[in-house]
Design a binder for this molecule. Structure first.
Ligand code: ADP
Length: 510
């Protein structure tokens, strides 16, 4: 199969979250299984700090963004680090050569509809410059959500569209790319397509909804999240739309890139370790955290780790009071937090770090190196997400022998096995579910976990070792995506055959 991936993020070129981990890895895994894969993404400023060579090409074209506005783009090329997958960057400095991907701490860039409508149209154009027939265009998140609709609305716009099927993967339903009606003009399409079966959503242009209603197949990043988003509680206003396409929706858990996230070979750690000697290895990394942040150099205190966007989704409104209580009451634990995002969470965290410097290590910002060190040096990893499409940090935690404490939602529910009398007995327990989504319940669950760590050491070790032996490699997920691509192509072929047959039958009838 020949598969084109469209994404705005891919490690190591551009990252704000899990989307980058997926799109920086899945194409290589698909290629390793004998398929052709290409990734197309915007040439954001950050691609130049990836440390990989970026070549210029003579391929360029212009997209009419309005009758008076013709915007040019140039293709730059590189490769994903793992394997030989080509990456094509849409270079348009006015839109993409900016400090951040989507906006600043003051909010989203006001021209995001225009920027990403341009990306969608430019990607369609770039695909026509690729070699060979295209089987699958795999779009990811709202920024490429217009592509399936553009393919359906103008099937003759490019020759490759005839054979290609579209897959749309939702990595987070809450980010929809919802803009005023007028933004539709950036698509360059006739206004007849601005209807509820195509681009229109309550008289607005909604990129994500557009992808959902028009893609040949829709996926999300865990089976549980696929179920949850079809209900009103987690549907973010699109549950009705998703229910309408339920037969085309499935969930595939993300893998982890084990060349990057592997405690045996991780160059970002103070000490590497394997499943046999994890105790010594984890201790060395804990010491490194204590030293680097000036925490009390105490090996016996449990280290509670958190890494994640400072956004309400990640449960910070529950975490803050629990952290405050732990520190103020001088409970026997140390905390290490790495986060960046909303300013409203930064200030209280900063104040607590200043007030309790021996117990609380804080880094506000983005640091890949520290994310690895925290996974390795912590005893437990706290992830009380209000919702979690898949989640990667709990998977890293399992791999690094760090016991995850999570809410029973989305991918967290699909990947962590709650510690109960039964799961301890049958040897499947890998972490702890927080039974209710509130601070009290989070506090109690942390207490439950730490109690086991202190008082039932054998059981605690069993949980760690079971977690470390789990296989969340990409191989399994890549196999599932390939199966889905094949199914989507077969569906398209059978649909085409039915149309030809119907045409023949009606010709005979006449
Ligand atoms: P989401 O995609 O919702 O942000 P995931 O758990 O799926 O959450 O993935 C988050 C990814 O981003 C992980 O690889 C995590 O280590 C990383 N990450 C999040 N915040 C930071 C940060 N401040 N510094 C470094 N890495 C971070």
């Amino acid at each position: 199969m020949n598969i084109v991936f469209l994404s705005t993020e891919a490690v190591p070129f551009a990252k704000t979250g899990g989307l980058a981990d997926v799109c920086g890895t899945l194409p290589s895994k698909v290629a390793a299984l004998g398929h052709r894969a290409t990734l197309i993404m915007p040439a954001f400023r950050s691609i130049r700090s990836a440390g990989l060579p970026i070549e210029s090409t003579d391929t360029s074209f212009a997209i009419p963004m309005s009758p008076q506005k013709l915007i040019g783009a140039r293709i730059l090329k590189s490769k994903l680090p793992d394997g030989d997958v080509p990456v094509w960057f849409i270079d348009q400095p006015q839109y993409f050569d900016r400090e951040s991907l989507y906006g600043t701490s003051n909010g989203d860039y006001p021209d995001n509809a225009e920027r990403f409508a341009f990306f969608c149209r430019a990607a369609m154009h770039a695909i026509s410059r690729l070699e060979g027939p295209i089987d699958i265009v795999h779009c990811n998140d709202w920024q490429s959500g217009l592509v399936p609709a553009m393919m359906a609305a103008e099937p003759n716009a490019y020759p490759w569209i005839k054979k290609a099927s579209s897959i749309f993967t939702i990595h987070n339903l809450a980010y929809q790319g919802h803009f005023d009606r007028d933004s539709f003009r950036w698509t360059g399409l006739d206004w007849k397509h601005f209807n509820s079966n195509q681009f229109e959503y309550y008289n607005h242009l909604n990129f994500l909804k557009t992808g959902i209603v028009t893609a040949d197949m829709i996926t999300t990043v865990s089976p549980k999240y696929a179920e949850e988003i079809c209900g009103p509680e987690q549907g973010c206003g699109l549950d009705g739309v998703l229910r309408g396409r339920h037969d085309r929706l499935s969930g595939i858990i993300n893998g982890i890139d084990q060349t990057v996230w592997n405690p045996e070979t991780d160059t970002k750690l103070a000490a590497t370790y394997d499943a046999r000697f994890y105790k010594q290895g984890k201790l060395a990394n804990k010491r490194e955290i204590q030293q680097r942040f000036g925490l009390e150099p105490n090996e016996s205190l449990p280290m509670i780790g958190l890494v994640g966007r400072l956004a309400s989704q990640k449960g910070w409104d529950m975490i803050l009071p629990v952290l405050q209580a732990h520190l103020a009451e001088d409970r026997p634990a140390q905390w290490v937090v790495l986060g960046s995002g909303e300013a409203r969470y930064e200030e209280p965290l900063r104040q607590l770090a200043q007030a309790f410097p021996k117990r609380f290590a804080l880094y506000l910002g983005f640091s890949d190196e520290l994310a690895h060190l925290i996974e390795a040096g912590s005893d437990v990893f706290v992830m009380p997400s209000l919702y979690e499409p898949c989640g990667l940090n709990q998977l890293y935690s399992l791999r690094y022998g760090t016991v995850p404490i999570v809410t029973e939602t989305g991918g967290l529910a699909n990947t962590v096995v709650d510690c109960t009398a039964e799961t301890l007995k049958n040897g499947t327990a890998t972490g702890f579910f927080i039974p209710a989504v509130n601070a009290e319940s989070l506090d109690q669950t942390i207490g439950r976990a730490l109690h086991l760590r202190y008082h039932e050491k054998e059981k605690w070790q069993q949980i760690i070792e079971t977690g470390m032996s789990q296989d969340f490699s990409w191989r399994h997920s890549a196999d599932q995506y390939i199966e889905l691509y094949a199914k989507t192509i077969a569906l398209k072929n059978s649909k085409e055959k039915t149309i030809i047959k119907r045409r023949d039958e009606s010709a005979t009838f006449r």
